[in-house]
Design a protein around this ligand. Structure first.
Ligand code: UDX
Length: 457
């Protein structure tokens, strides 16, 4: 063994298991980086589907789990197949790796615990079998966990299907949410595979703690619920992208040319538009969004992923004839942007977002107000918090996606009085959040406690 390998082997090892989606891989790698900086050696056990780029993280050991799933963009339509298959297929390879690692601690160090993403729920059974402690990483908001549990409770009590007229009523014990904002519709029969999946992702088995990519202030009420419900220590160490050293976590190649374009734009003038890594829109929505952006007269930076338009072969082909020429230098369309850098840029004054949890945190922490266009699951809950609890964004409903409504919503956010108020509030939130990840702040202290907790195993 060379000197570096010897040093690694003397450390204690944390095994981390992300699920194969950008919004889940990113926080897991950020957590890995923070624990590495605290002196642990890091093993990432990842699926073969959507693997992280190991060449960007030479300080970690990457061990692929044979998942038997062909590589491709996991669209919403087959998530319900992918997740159970992943949990079934990865079990044996994961156990085999752990046994090898336990037999040869000189390779990676002695395993002190396993940290897993909530979608990889098979982990606790394997760990129980080998008597290893596990910690759950919540890569979505804590409010979402509370909302799923409420949703499942209604199911169990046979409250469903809910009459349309009750959709605007508040959810008992969660005053921030209406029935309409729960992660899934209560008005029709819920497919059994979805129910089974939700049951599994809300259980923590024998896990000894939960890590949240959040802060005490941001989710104070939901955290109270979480602590009471699960009765294990909860470490709130978010926003992870600010707590971790700058880290390359993108699965797709970032188009950095948009940063020099942003440099030429006036302060707070640009609307950044991105619906994350999974959401798919139809061609009608693409056209209405394109005209809404054009008619708003605001500069815009729009991320349209290759696979994000249903049935499309190329965005250039799907946009109206002459559209790009008409937009000229007022807009940029890219396939994938360096989002954190974009949101931190002084020219960006608004974010049209699907309200994935990472995007939500990244926007608030840079003081950028949002237009919320949630599509599924946790995004509905996050959007409600953004618009009605923190009051730092406007919501646009799926029935409102016409060019006229899009144009007027953009103008409301970017130039009108209402937008100025939202911007002021999100700037206040930014300052509050910044305190949490500075020396002595709540996330900073919580990371210290987490490190001591893991070291105690
Ligand atoms: C998924 C779910 O859809 C989301 O609801 C859940 O909260 C997390 O898992 P995703 O849809 O990808 O995530 O959204 P989000 O959580 O916002 O994560 C997207 C990540 O990709 C962000 O960290 C963002 O910075 C990054 N990104 C997105 C880029 O780096 N470039 C882009 O062009 C777009």
């Amino acid at each position: 063994m060379n000197q570096m390998a010897v040093e690694e082997a003397e450390k204690r090892c944390v095994v981390l298991v992300p699920s194969p989606f950008q919004g889940h891989i990113t926080p897991m790698l950020q957590l890995a980086s923070m624990l590495h900086a605290k002196g642990f050696s890091i093993v990432i056990n990842h699926s073969e589907l959507n693997p992280p780029d190991s060449s960007k993280h030479p300080e970690f050991t990457f061990l692929p789990l044979k998942d038997g799933l062909s590589n491709g963009d996991p669209s919403l339509l087959n998530l319900l197949n992918i997740i159970p298959a992943m949990n079934k297929n990865c079990r044996v390879p994961f156990q085999d790796y752990l046994v090898q690692m336990m037999e040869k601690p000189e390779l990676y160090g002695q395993i002190c615990c396993i940290i897993y993403d909530h979608l990889m729920y098979f982990i606790t059974e394997v760990a129980d079998h080998l008597e290893l402690p596990t910690i759950l990483l919540r890569s979505s908001s804590c409010a979402y966990m509370e909302a799923i549990c409420a949703f499942l409770q209604f199911q169990a009590e046979k409250f469903t299907p809910l009459p349309e007229a009750k959709l605007l009523d508040p959810v008992p014990k969660i005053p921030a949410l209406r029935f309409k904002d729960l992660p899934f519709a209560l008005t029709s029969e819920i497919p059994e595979p979805l129910l089974q999946l939700l049951e599994k992702v809300t259980k923590i088995g024998s896990s000894v703690a939960i890590i949240g990519n959040t802060t005490e202030n941001l989710e104070n009420r939901a955290l109270l619920w979480l602590r009471q419900h699960y009765q294990v220590p909860i470490f709130t160490i978010g926003p992870l992208h600010k707590m971790a050293s700058s880290l390359q976590t993108s699965l797709a190649e970032e188009d950095a040319s948009c940063i020099s374009w942003l440099d030429t734009q006036a302060t707070n003038s640009v609307l950044y538009v991105s619906l994350g890594s999974i959401v798919v829109m139809d061609k009608k929505e693409l056209i209405e969004t394109a005209w809404g952006l054009f008619n708003s007269n605001q500069p815009f930076l729009w991320v349209v992923r290759q696979s994000s338009i249903d049935g499309s072969t190329s965005i250039e082909h799907d946009l109206p004839d002459g559209y790009l020429e008409a937009v000229g230098d007022r807009g940029r369309i890219v396939k994938w942007a360096p989002q954190k850098e974009v949101l931190a840029h002084r020219a960006v004054g608004g974010f049209w977002s699907h309200c994935g949890w990472n995007s939500t945190l990244e926007s608030i922490v840079e003081g950028v107000p949002m237009i919320c266009r949630p599509c599924f699951g946790d995004q509905n809950v996050n959007a409600r918090y953004i618009t009605h609890v923190w009051k730092v964004g406007l919501q646009i409903g799926s029935d409102d996606l016409t060019r006229c409504v899009i144009e007027s919503t953009i103008r409301k956010l970017m130039v009108e009085e209402e937008g100025k108020e939202l911007r002021q509030r999100v700037v206040d939130m930014k300052q509050e959040l910044q305190m949490s990840f500075q020396d002595g702040g709540s996330s900073h202290n919580s990371l210290k406690s987490l490190t001591e907790f893991i070291s105690s195993f």
